[in-house]
Design a binder for this molecule. Structure first.
Ligand code: COA
Ligand code: AMP
Length: 637
């Protein structure tokens, strides 16, 4: 195989030839008319006119090729004490039946199905069943509260909601039925039906006329065949935090996505079709869509679905137990999981208690991989530890050390180089607002020259204008990643920070703007500022500073607790807002903008300069004192 430089060059010089060749790894019902339809910039479509079925590519074709007895999926659930395997044939059969069940509820190609499930195999079955009949799934992470679910229901307008009766966290069972009921009650758009997977550790009371028992539906259904769809038809909508309370519905197509994922498994992760690949994430996130469900199955691997945590299920050796027991060759997780393990097992004793001799590589993503964590993982595991950079929007990695092409030297703090297909540039706006590339080593906005490669978002769900405004208008001709960073003289990408109000909490993406909206809705809050402050485990956690209305009825301590509870109730437990501090006033510029960045520096104990535009410099010492008293301003907590 040619080296990275040649493959990268070819991917940008002749993208149509490059991706047409890659498309050979996927089965097509009808070959495409154009590899790249660029007739309507800035909108680009890959494999226009082509027809395929993503479920066929993930399951049926492997059975047809004689690999039906190969293990497709291993469900490993320490929280319920269960391990269960499915061959490709078994998974295909269950998916076909469930797809028939959905069709029986009236779901047709193009209809939306919302999936709100924990890490159970039925979550993957539901996703693949939608793909099978051309329906569009929208999976919502189980840690989101009913209100978040309701906003997604109203945007996607699903015909059917598929849920499980409960999720199982380390120390508690979370009933989902009340959350689903509350979300449906709040939403304006009502689904025709719900399908409920009854789990023995917490059964749901079904609503007659609306709810169907998963197993009864599946047992009574006729298996459905794969329905070929256009390559450009949506496979799914995945909502992600925007800068307001209205989440962005990232659309993923069928054809480009399948091609990009198949290519990535071989070239980025360097895995062979019959190997075991494990991503410890959640199907509610993009990482779960791409690398728990679709990519490993399309590539013919065995994928592991893990319902547990890095620590506490039962201990910090859980990951090593799974790797040894299931013969995992390549593993992908978030740095925060490693920080959790390192905290409990700093000497790696539990690592050495397992035979990891066949394990080849660890990939990290979802947040910045901090060099101490990467160094610790390298030292303990003695395999390549690969930081790679991507986003919900991109669907697969933008920057990585492509192990399947050529292993490049690792630089801590960098995700290595741009992945073939991604023309990554560092930009700044010049005096007249035109995009200008900055020299190597200088920080600017990380952007990708259009067209984006296959697999990246073609648009936002029924929000074309928002798509252009959010991603394509700041630097015409480029996709704005909203990450800032630099490319050094060796071409290595260093992702530093977001340029918007998105924060990254335990590799979960949250908007401080959205949290502020919730905090501000408390009746005693006059104004507030929410910032992401450094946290030794989660990378960042939100901190709310609140100014009370004059004559606030309740005691300050009670208000602080209520604000924390409100965020948990409206957004969900994963928002992890633990601290609300009441202050007299907030520092602002003369034009009235709250100086969040300055307050964040104070909270993180990093150096800051008094902003020249500050309206009243006397406020900063007050804020500093309040933060110090609450324990901020030193080492990350
Ligand atoms: N359903 C319901 N609640 C959930 C949930 C889910 N699917 N996932 C998390 N929660 C809850 C947790 O129980 C916790 O609740 P609590 O405040 O009552 O304790 C809260 O949300 C915060 O969860 P989390 O951020 O996961 O913190 P934690 O302290 O429980 O665990 C880590 C910390 C680092 C172990 C954990 O965040 C982790 O494993 N992170 C890896 C994340 C990851 O893989 N991300 C994927 C992107 S690649
Ligand atoms: P999400 O859409 O939830 O996957 O979050 C995407 C964001 O997470 C990116 O825009 C980055 O800010 C951050 N991120 C993901 N991977 C990395 C990485 N390898 N290095 C630095 N930041 C990352």
């Amino acid at each position: 195989m040619p080296g990275y430089a040649e493959i990268y060059r070819r991917s940008l010089a002749t993208p149509e030839a490059f991706w047409a060749e890659a498309a050979g790894a996927v089965d097509w019902e009808t070959r495409w008319e154009r590899v790249l339809d660029d007739s309507r910039p800035p909108f680009y479509r890959w494999f226009a006119g082509g027809r395929l079925n993503t479920c066929w590519n993930a399951l049926d074709r492997h059975v047809a090729a004689g690999n039906g007895e190969r293990t497709a999926l291993i469900w490993d659930s320490p929280v319920t004490g269960t391990i269960k395997s499915f061959t490709y044939r078994e998974l295909r059969d269950r998916v076909a039946r469930f797809a028939g069940g959905l069709a029986g509820l009236g779901v047709r190609a193009g209809d939306r199905v919302l999936i709100y499930m924990p890490m159970v195999p039925e979550a993957a079955i539901a996703m693949l069943a939608c793909a099978r009949i051309g329906a569009i799934h929208s999976v919502v992470f189980g840690g989101f509260a009913p209100h978040e679910l309701a906003t997604r229901i109203d945007d996607a307008k699903p015909r059917v909601i598929v849920a499980a009766s409960c999720g199982v966290e380390v120390n508690r069972v979370i009933p989902y039925q009340p959350l689903v009921d509350a979300a449906i009650a709040e939403a304006r758009s009502k689904p025709d039906a719900c399908v409920m997977l009854q789990r023995p550790m917490g059964r749901a009371a079904l609503t007659p006329g609306r709810d169907h028992d998963w197993h009864e539906l599946e047992a009574a259904a006729q298996p459905a065949d794969c329905v070929p769809v256009l390559a450009t038809d949506p496979l799914y909508i995945l909502y992600t935090s925007g800068t307001t309370g209205v989440p962005k519905g990232v659309v993923r197509d069928n054809g480009g996505y399948a091609v990009a994922l198949a290519w990535s498994m071989r070239h980025i992760y360097g895995v062979a079709p019959d190997e075991v690949f494990w991503t410890a994430s959640d199907v509610g996130w993009v990482v779960g869509h791409s690398y728990i469900v679709y990519a490993p199955l399309i590539h013919g691997c065995t994928t592991v679905m893990y319902e547990g945590k890095p620590v506490g299920t039962p201990d910090a050796g859980a990951f090593w137990r799974v790797i040894e027991q299931h013969d995992v060759r390549v593993f992908f997780t978030a740095p925060t999981a490693f920080r959790a393990i390192k905290r409990e097992d700093p000497e790696g004793a539990l690592i050495r208690a397992h035979d990891l001799s066949r394990f080849r590589a660890l990939f990290l993503a979802g947040e910045r991989a901090d060099p101490p964590t990467v160094a610790w993982a390298e030292e303990q595991l003695k395999v390549p530890v690969i930081d790679h950079w991507w986003q919900t929007e991109t669907g697969w990695p933008i920057g990585a050390n492509c192990l399947g092409i050529e292993r490049m030297p690792v630089k801590h703090g960098s995700c290595t180089r741009a992945v073939p297909g991604w023309d990554v540039r560092v930009l700044e706006a010049d005096a007249v607002g035109e995009a200008r590339e900055v020299p190597a080593g200088e920080i600017g906005a990380l952007a990708v020259k259009l067209p984006l490669p296959p697999g990246a978002l073609p648009t936002l769900w029924q929000a074309e204008e928002r798509f252009v405004e959010s991603y394509l208008s700041a630097y015409p001709g480029y996709y704005q990643t909203a990450d800032a960073g630099m490319i050094d003289s060796d071409g290595y990408i260093h992702v530093m920070t977001r340029t918007d109000d998105i924060i990254n909490v335990a590799a979960h993406r949250l908007s401080t703007g959205e949290i502020e909206e919730v905090v501000a809705s408390h009746p005693d809050v006059a104004e507030c500022a929410v910032m992401g402050v450094a946290d030794a485990l989660k990378g960042q956690v939100p901190l709310a500073l609140v100014v009370l209305k004059a004559g606030a009825a309740r005691a300050p301590q009670q208000i602080e607790a209520e604000v924390v509870a409100l965020v948990r109730q409206r957004i969900g437990p994963i928002a992890s807002l633990r601290t609300t501090l009441i202050v007299e006033r907030l520092p602002k510029t003369r034009s009235g903008k709250i100086l969040r960045g300055t307050m964040r520096s104070i909270a993180d104990g990093t150096e800051y300069r008094m902003p020249a535009t500050i309206d009243d410099p006397a406020i900063l010492p007050e804020i500093e004192a309040a933060l110090k008293q609450a324990g901020y301003g030193g080492e990350p907590r």
